[in-house]
Design a binder for this molecule. Structure first.
Ligand SMILES: [Zn+2]
Length: 300
């Protein structure tokens, strides 16, 4: 017997991921998402924006009619991805802030997600937390994982909503207060993993997709030490890739995303990695399960 309950032993566990754009749920933590869903956990994704300002990143999809209908097409892609992952999903209804480019950087577009005051932007998320009642909530770290304004905003709104959802005084009209038990940040694209995969590719005589990135990526041992939780999920790397490919306008099937063979990934780095930020249950790190420490006492 494992020393803590496994998802499969506790039907009714609920996990909520908050993501900035459609496709982020498939590029961050998607294998563990699919693993938990397959084990009977209810997994719900809250997608902050519609990805309206995303451009077409897959040259094979750069065809007439696609960009004009990008909003609708990205919704259809999201529907396919959530079916593949076995999850449910809601849109929080905010407008993509876009990736600012230029020197100097242009101001963010009026009305976009990153410009909404956090207390206001948290309203639909608190409503969703109070109705879905997740035991575990995940979001990005304070840098956003990467510095897209919507990712940084997603972090701020999620942390704020995690707190406020449990405060019965805060917008009582949004539903009965709910305390999610654990809050995690994604650390999927960490440097040690990237380096390990890079070296394994070279050892196998294969071209590494990470060479250029690693050249400018300084070691940050203190940052990497923030990882507390490594969830084994290599059986679901194939499902992760299928979900990612469902976002056809965003993901080039011939790109670096799919360059490392699954056998190498499974051998070298079979986990997805997280940082436990807040816990209202007793747990000891390192952990290998987002639900570690959650017992029948906390479980309704
Ligand atoms: Zn994103």
């Amino acid at each position: 017997m494992p020393e803590h309950p496994r998802a499969a032993d506790w039907p009714g566990l609920r996990l909520m991921h908050v993501h900035a754009h459609p496709d982020d749920e498939s590029s961050k933590g998607a294998a563990s998402t699919a693993m938990y869903a397959a084990n009977g956990v209810d997994v719900h994704v809250a997608t902050c924006t519609g990805g309206e300002r995303g451009s077409i990143l897959n040259p094979k999809m750069d065809r007439p009619g696609i960009l004009d209908n990008i909003h609708e097409i990205r919704r259809q892609e999201m529907e396919r991805a959530r079916d593949i992952l076995g999850i449910t999903q809601d849109w929080l209804g905010y407008v993509d802030s876009g990736w600012p480019e230029g020197d100097p950087l242009p101001p963010l577009p009026e009305g976009c997600f990153a410009l909404v005051p956090v207390e206001e932007a948290a309203v639909p998320l608190v409503r969703l937390i109070r109705s879905f009642r997740p035991h575990v909530l995940t979001t990005y770290d304070e840098r956003g994982g990467y510095p897209h304004p919507d990712h940084v905003m997603c972090h701020k709104v999620s942390v704020y909503a995690f707190e406020k959802a449990s405060d019965p005084e805060w917008h009582p009209e949004l539903g009965e207060a709910w305390q999610a038990l654990k809050l995690y940040y994604h650390h999927g694209f960490n440097r040690p993993r990237t380096l390990a995969l890079h070296e394994a590719m070279l050892e196998h005589g294969l071209e590494s997709p990470y060479a250029e990135r690693l050249e400018s990526w300084k070691p940050e041992p203190e940052w990497d030490a923030r990882i507390t939780t490594k969830v084994p999920c290599s059986d679901f790397f194939g499902v992760r890739d299928q979900a990612l490919l469902a976002h056809a306008t965003q993901i080039d099937p011939d790109s670096w995303w799919f360059a490392v063979p699954h056998e190498i990934q499974a051998k070298v780095w079979p986990t997805e990695d997280f940082e436990l930020v807040t816990s209202h249950v007793d747990t000891t790190v390192p952990e290998d399960d987002l639900f570690a420490g959650i017992t029948a006492k906390e479980h309704p």
